[in-house]
Ligand binder design. Structure first.
Ligand code: T5A
Ligand code: NA
Length: 212
């Protein structure tokens, strides 16, 4: 008898800076593993690879000058550097919990202005399409109170408000998105995220992965 291959789900968490994405991603992977579900964390930008080192320099050093389209394509290339790894893990049955993805790429670049939305999306076309995207929303006043805010490029009110509006717009246009208000406790948010994630893992196991 042929063994049916069950793929893992591609789960993405997006949101403005300090909305709690990394906290929730880590916990979600732990929760899944504790239920004997194969799961792995991934984050973008992946600062460990070649493009990631350039991106890190750009983010931490405000003197670093780089053309807006060039940095947009670098963030995208940083995802493309991981595409084989993602496909191998997903089709090997591992659920990937991804801390930021193409939508951060689109939203942050769009917030700068001067670049057409279709052009911004083009670089992401062909990457694996998430089965579920959580958008964590948090008002700027609360985000700015959280530890570490303001240390990197983009962590200012004007930019974050624009990004937040673009994310909300994307949430309306795209399918498979869930908007979650992120000012609740870490634990209650995690319970909501875990519930939706388990549903999606069961639903997509035998479905082909789609592309952006
Ligand atoms: N970017 C990214 C692009 O421009 N293009 C792209 O393509 C991509 C992928 C770096 C920057 O790059 C830009 C966007 C960013 O500006 P990053 O490395 O993901 O992206 O940024 P980080 O600084 O690592 O992460 P964030 O600032 O986005 O923070 P998180 O992950 O949202 O928040 P987290 O979980 O680290 O929590 C922040 C603090 O809040 C507390 C935590 O303990 C922590 O201290 N906290 C809570 N406090 C109260 N209640 C809760 N529910 C809480 N949840 C967390
Ligand atoms: Na983070």
């Amino acid at each position: 008898m042929m063994k049916t291959v069950q793929r893992g789900a591609l789960i993405v968490i997006e949101g403005v800076d300090r909305s709690g994405k990394s906290t929730q991603c880590k916990k979600l992977v732990e929760s899944l593993i504790s239920q004997n579900i194969k799961a792995q964390l991934m984050n973008f930008p992946d600062r460990s690879n070649l493009t990631g080192k350039l991106i890190n320099e750009y983010l931490i050093n405000s003197d670093c000058k780089l053309n807006d389209r060039a940095i947009h394509l670098l963030f995208s290339a940083n995802r493309w550097e991981n595409v084989e790894k993602m496909n191998t893990l997903l089709y090997g049955g591992t659920t990937l919990v991804v801390d930021r993805y193409s939508y951060s790429g689109i939203a942050f670049s769009a917030a700068k202005g001067g670049m057409d939305m279709n052009w911004l999306k083009q670089a992401e076309n062909g990457l694996p399409k998430p089965d579920l995207v959580f958008l964590l929303t948090l008002n700027h006043e609360e985000a700015a109170k959280r530890v570490g805010f303001g240390e990197e490029r983009y962590e200012n009110e004007a930019m974050q408000k624009k990004v937040s509006n673009i994310f909300s717009q994307l949430a309306k246009e795209e399918d498979n998105w869930r908007v979650i208000e992120a000012s609740d406790s870490i634990e209650s948010l995690q319970a909501i995220l875990l519930g939706h994630t388990l549903d999606v893992i069961a639903r997509v196991a035998k479905q082909e992965l789609k592309s952006l």
